[in-house]
Write a new protein. Structure first.
Length: 271
């Protein structure tokens, strides 16, 4: 028996990284998965983004656990595409969604790109995309008379250390912005039995962080890397560490937790 038997989860950014980890963890707890990822490159993002091959790996890993998964290529910036993907998944699985993980995000560095467009893309994906995801799913949660939403923010959603302006500022602003969305949603939806929280990881060992472009960026002697170090002696945490926290928040063990900013940060925010 899993803690999420009979539940359906809608997760964005599910092709790899944290999103894949969350899908696998919650499937292991008994949930079926509706997975979404753009599976395409956004021009202002310097590192390679997820592909359909990556999503196929997520599908196989969930199916190994004996759970159903419906995976779609959809851009969180497109509310109609999200609504269609969710409806298709619910129709195939045969149950409305119970749990929403607004996880999709990007982190351009602003190196040799149109930094104004990159700024807009970060806000559109990391902030507006969360709004679009929640908006698409709320009717199902209300029809189920309850559920749980977890929005992926960041340690940078609680602090601004390492700030250098430009595109970096967009990332910090968006990750702070989703906290505002969460608090608004929590006041709106918690009386209806729908809990809403944010998680705030420090750097996570995923392709968004571990890539040649970011390594080059942090090799710049003018970058204050010490400002973004953890208290605990680890450079990164693992996606599974964030997934474990989310599994707790969306389970009955977290049934009275709503409206909180939940750090999974190796002490980063205590600095």
């Amino acid at each position: 028996m899993g803690t999420l038997d009979g539940k359906t989860v809608f997760v964005t950014g599910a092709a790899r990284g944290q999103g894949r980890s969350h899908a696998i963890k919650l499937a292991g707890e008994g949930a079926d998965i509706i997975a979404v990822d753009i599976c395409a490159q956004i021009p202002t993002v310097e590192y390679a983004m997820a592909t359909r091959d990556d999503m196929d790996v997520t599908i196989k890993e969930v199916e190994k656990l004996g759970r159903a998964i419906v995976a779609s290529e959809a851009d969180v910036r497109d509310p109609d595409a999200l609504s269609h993907a969710l409806a298709q998944g619910e129709a195939t699985i045969g149950r409305r969604v119970d749990i929403v993980l607004a996880n999709a995000g990007i982190m351009p560095l602003g190196i040799e790109i149109n930094t104004h467009q990159a700024f807009l893309d970060v806000i559109d994906v990391n902030l507006t995309g969360v709004h679009n995801t929640v908006t698409a799913a709320v009717p199902s949660l209300l029809a189920n008379n309850g559920g749980s939403i977890v929005i992926t923010s960041s340690s940078q959603g609680l602090k601004g250390t390492g700030g250098m302006g430009g595109v970096n500022a967009a990332y910090t602003a968006a990750k702070h912005g989703v906290v505002g969305l969460m608090r608004n949603y929590a006041n709106w939806l918690s009386p209806k039995g729908i809990r809403v929280n944010t998680v705030h990881p420090t750097g996570v060992a995923t392709p968004m962080i571990q890539n040649p472009q970011l390594e080059k960026f942090y090799s710049d002697p003018n970058v204050d890397f010490d400002a973004v170090r953890n208290i605990m002696p680890v450079p990164f945490i693992e996606p599974a560490d964030v997934s474990a926290a989310i599994a707790f928040l969306v389970s009955d063990a977290g049934r009275y937790i709503t409206g909180v900013t939940f750090p999974v940060d190796a002490g980063f925010n205590a600095r």
